[in-house]
Design a protein around this ligand. Structure first.
Ligand SMILES: [Zn+2]
Length: 82
């Protein structure tokens, strides 16, 4: 089960050094934009965790953020497996 940590303020300095990309739309996440971090355990690297990041803001006419779309995709995948 992936854990999620909504991130708000306080990481601007780090974000300036590391241009995070949204794992859903592959666009850079600009400083000041809200995003969500998903912790991913990679079974290929003996349980080392890494993080994916997703936009948490809505754009234009979107009704779901990248993060919410990602959640929907995961639910769809789980239903196909079941
Ligand atoms: Zn995105």
């Amino acid at each position: 089960m992936a854990s999620t940590v909504p991130l708000t303020q306080g990481n601007e300095a780090l974000a300036a050094l590391v241009p995070y990309r949204c794992s859903y739309c592959q666009s850079p996440i600009a400083p000041g934009e809200r995003w969500v971090r998903e912790k991913v355990f990679d079974s290929l690297t003996a349980g080392d965790a890494h993080y994916r990041r997703y936009h948490a803001d809505l754009y234009g006419d979107d009704v779901l953020s990248c993060w919410e779309k990602h959640q929907v995709e995961k639910e769809d995948a789980a239903e196909r497996v079941a």
